[in-house]
Design a protein around this ligand. Structure first.
Ligand SMILES: NC(=O)c1ccc[n+]([C@@H]2O[C@H](COP(=O)([O-])OP(=O)(O)OC[C@H]3O[C@@H](n4cnc5c(N)ncnc54)[C@H](O)[C@@H]3O)[C@@H](O)[C@H]2O)c1
Length: 355
């Protein structure tokens, strides 16, 4: 059972906005809510081109002008405990959505410190703030990477996920464990969401579809890992936002156990497309859509600009979400296919980089 959380008239904190998913969520909140305040908190780091974050912030500020909802942007790090506490004390958010994190599997091989700082210390600070300034619901981003090299498909939240194959995955799994302990100890309703490869317009340039597009547009060669023998459960960003929005409004119910102590109001869900795509098919669709959107000419030599290479450390050969839990509890499963999603990305790319 879920406890309904009405967002209207309340303060909603979204960390990691204007990051990719965060910005899309805030834009949706500004559209859907009829009153209240949405707070974006982000350190605007330069892991990828910060201009893209400024661009998304611009879209948010433009949308806020037409919205009855107030938008506040705070530039700072969730690893700064005093700042996080101050934000919670001042705004008393009813719902906190923690999307701020150092993302990326490969980057964690050479830059471990920042994962510990943002994903562990930062997340701990969010939990402490929720403890001292109670929220109706804490929603946070976990990741499909917690499944590591899980052989059983589709990946279910009932599967054992104790074998992370990257530090990034280990920090995300740790978030789920930390959240469980805080839910139990302080009765904080929390829901972790394991996102599966999220893509879309103004997405992350470190992700394959985006970096491949940039390379092809510059006449460079793209590398296709594991000789293209990968399957990914790609999820279009609007589907992720719809899922997050629904989850935000339904918190795990508080209940008391036989020992008289609170049962942890805690849950974890997958959000993934549910139809894993072969990487080579995904690339073919991307190519077709880049030609259609006139990012690349119709006679582009794709074969001459691709190199098949082996598996990279930390990578996994397949991701495949079982989203049944989300469907049962929130009546939703992602539906947007790669043709539609990559078309929107290619069309956005054409306009953004022309400008
Ligand atoms: N995009 C995906 O495919 C995917 C898949 C699984 C999980 N996730 C998770 O979803 C969340 C959002 O991902 P995204 O794709 O939007 O990434 P993103 O990098 O675009 O967004 C994350 C934002 O967090 C900010 N940030 C990082 N460290 C911070 C800190 N210490 N304090 C404040 N802000 C900080 C960054 O500046 C960035 O804007 C992340 O937690 C990520 O790990 C994403």
């Amino acid at each position: 059972m879920k406890q309904h959380v009405d967002l209207n008239g309340k303060a909603i904190l979204v960390t990691g906005s204007p990051g990719f998913i965060g910005a899309n969520l805030v834009l949706r909140l500004l559209k859907e809510m009829t009153a209240g305040t949405v707070i974006s908190l982000d350190n605007m780091n330069d892991y990828y081109d910060p201009k893209l974050k400024e661009y998304r912030l611009g879209l948010i500020e433009e949308a806020a002008k037409a919205s009855p909802v107030k938008h506040v942007f705070i530039r700072g790090s969730i690893a700064d405990k005093a700042l996080v506490d101050k934000v919670f004390a001042e705004y008393q958010p009813a719902v906190a959505v923690n999307l701020a994190a150092q993302a990326g599997v490969r980057y964690s091989i050479d830059h471990p410190d920042v994962y510990i700082e943002s994903n562990l210390i930062g997340f701990y600070n969010i939990l402490e703030a929720c403890r001292h300034h109670p929220v109706e619901h804490l929603v946070y981003a976990s990741s499909s990477s917690v499944y590591g090299g899980n052989k059983k498909v589709p990946f279910s939240t009932d599967d054992k996920v104790d074998n992370p194959v990257s530090l990034y995955a280990a920090t995300k799994k740790s978030n789920e464990l930390l959240a469980h302990s805080y839910s139990k100890l302080y009765n904080i309703p929390s829901t972790g969401l394991r996102f599966f490869t999220v893509y879309g317009p103004a997405g992350r340039p470190d992700m394959f579809y985006f970096s491949a597009t940039q390379k092809l547009a510059a006449g460079k060669t793209i590398q296709i890992f594991n000789y293209g023998n990968c399957k990914r459960d790609f999820t279009y960003v609007d589907d992720i936002v719809e899922g997050v929005l629904r989850v935000m409004q339904g918190a795990p119910e508080k209940a008391t156990g036989e020992d008289g102590l609170p049962l942890p109001p805690y849950a974890v869900y997958n959000i993934g497309g549910g139809t894993p795509e072969n990487l080579l098919d995904y690339i073919s669709t991307l190519q077709e859509e880049l030609v259609r959107a006139k990012v690349l000419p119709a006679d582009y030599d794709f074969e001459g600009h691709r190199q098949l290479v082996g598996m990279q450390p930390g990578d996994v050969p397949v991701t495949y979400a079982d989203s049944q839990g989300l469907e049962e509890d929130y009546g939703f499963r992602p539906t947007i296919g790669i043709r539609e999603g990559l078309r929107k990305f290619a069309e956005w790319y054409k306009v953004y980089y022309k400008a």
